[in-house]
Design a protein around this ligand. Structure first.
Ligand code: ADP
Ligand code: MG
Length: 457
């Protein structure tokens, strides 16, 4: 059963209120792609794009959602979250059913025409927002990319995404191109790796077709250039890139750039280009945390029609801690191994297959977590573990508890003991508090990310 108009409006109005009460980035990350599937017999089912969002809504936002529903006159209901990507085609049709109920059947299929368009060059359709898992580390980048899709060329221009290998830069910037093209099949999107840009430039010089080359790139509505660290040391190409950049920027065309390091750390990058790169917005994509890694594994396994047990998921998430490409690789290795030998992917099988590998997960002890947290806040470790109740000690203590839980999955009593406390309910409250704050308070969020980063280097 589809949702009626009124129900659609109900969820829109809930979203409208939530949007006002949390940060823009959080809203975009957690709520934007949700929709009402059903409201019946006291149960409201909300469609969400992936497991990670499902978990966050269940764990963090459920009370807020219930309260907002109540404000909208809906009380005593249960809310369930179901993974169901918002199908654009269907939504459009639904909207049309509402607006133009008599014309809905002869809607043109507008996607086909763009396929052969030269300006969709370089885009790979497999990279979408729907199959990108959002979590700590990439949520800001994700939110910025979504904002660009909504308004290309106006807000974050250029967008400069940087971060280590295999953490989803290419995926995300390709998703922007694909999504803009979905919304507007006539958009002229150019995605190029820097190597390709360099190669085409060299060819153009050799065959004296420089104008074609320049014209092609300067004719884009959206120019996406991946891995610009490869521009280092190539003066002529940097100059060409500089002119392309200026032409597009002046015409309010969107530019998206990725790199494995921030502009200031790219060696031999001309100053004028460096300064252009930081004109708009630079975002540091960080390593995915444990929960995000688990969500990625689960989603990828599900896409192979397989549900992994949580011990296997967690083992894999610990086995590869930074590079998502390697994480996928480990999962694929496991799935292939199990298929060949007709085995179930149990923890024993997983350990026997991967356990012997050289990239063993780095073991982190509770003590190290407390130590790094104390160091980050520049307070003595003894104080964190001692009786003091001053705010500048209590907050680090709570954050240490939170990280003990999120990274090592210790039980509440164990967490309390690690911090020299008898009562485990303190741990429960502290973790809950930090979990909520980490969504709305940037200071807390950054602290957690920085401490985790220190743990894994
Ligand atoms: P980078 O360009 O940063 O080196 P990629 O974008 O190529 O990394 O990502 C490596 C692989 O991991 C790709 O297959 C990509 O689809 C996958 N991946 C990365 N981040 C995510 C994510 N958040 N959710 C789902 N898949 C991801
Ligand atoms: Mg890449």
């Amino acid at each position: 059963m589809g949702s009626t108009i009124q129900e659609g409006i109900l969820w829109q109005s809930v979203l409208g209120e939530i949007e006002l009460s949390i940060s823009r980035a959080s809203f975009v990350t957690w709520f934007k792609n949700t929709h009402l599937i059903r409201n019946k017999n006291g149960v409201i089912i909300i469609g969400v794009p992936n497991v990670f969002i499902k978990q966050q809504l269940e764990r963090k936002f459920n009370p807020m959602i219930l309260e907002t529903l109540k404000k909208n006159g809906v009380e005593n209901v249960e809310v369930e979250y179901k993974i169901q990507a918002l199908d654009k085609e269907k939504t459009n049709q639904k909207e049309e059913l509402i607006i133009l109920s008599d014309q809905s059947s002869d809607r043109p299929k507008n996607k086909v025409s763009s396929l052969s368009h030269q300006y969709r060059q370089g885009l790979n359709e497999k990279y979408t927002f729907e199959n990108f898992i959002v979590g700590a580390g990439n949520e800001l980048a994700y939110a910025a990319c979504q904002a660009i899709v909504a308004n290309p060329g106006s807000k974050y221009n250029p967008l400069f995404l940087y971060g280590g290998v295999g953490i989803g830069k290419t995926h995300l910037i390709q998703a922007v191109g694909n999504e803009i093209l979905n919304n507007n099949p006539d958009a002229r999107i150019v995605y190029a790796s820097t190597e390709q840009f360099v190669q085409e430039f060299v060819d153009a010089l050799r065959f004296k077709k420089n104008t074609d080359f320049a014209g092609f790139y300067r004719g884009a509505d959206v120019l996406i250039v991946d891995d610009v660290q490869f521009l280092a040391g190539k003066e002529k190409i940097q100059e060409e890139f500089f002119h392309t950049f200026n032409a597009l920027h002046q015409a309010n065309k969107q530019i998206i750039i990725s790199s494995d390091k921030p502009p200031r750390e790219i060696p031999t990058l001309e100053e004028r280009l460096r300064s252009r790169f930081v004109w708009g917005m630079s975002i540091d994509m960080q390593n995915p945390d444990f929960e995000t890694r688990c969500a990625i594994i689960q989603t990828k396994a599900e896409s192979h029609g397989l549900e992994l047990t949580s011990d296997v998921t967690e083992y894999l998430a610990n086995y590869v801690q930074t590079n998502i490409r390697e994480l996928e690789g480990a999962l694929n290795q496991l799935l292939a191994f199990c298929e060949m030998r007709e085995l179930e992917p149990t923890l024993d099988v997983t350990v026997s297959l991967l356990g012997s590998g050289k990239s063993r997960p780095k073991h982190i002890s509770p003590r190290q977590i407390i130590e790094k947290t104390a160091k980050y806040f520049q307070v003595p470790m003894e104080d964190i573990m001692g009786p003091k109740r001053d705010k500048d000690i209590v907050v680090p203590r709570q954050i240490a508890m939170y990280i003990l839980r999120s990274e090592l999955h210790l039980s509440f009593p164990k967490i309390a003991r690690e911090l020299g406390r008898k009562d485990h309910t303190t741990a429960i409250h502290s973790i809950d508090k930090i979990e909520k704050e980490s969504v709305i308070d940037n200071g807390v969020k950054t602290a957690i990310a920085k401490i985790k980063e220190k743990l894994y280097v």
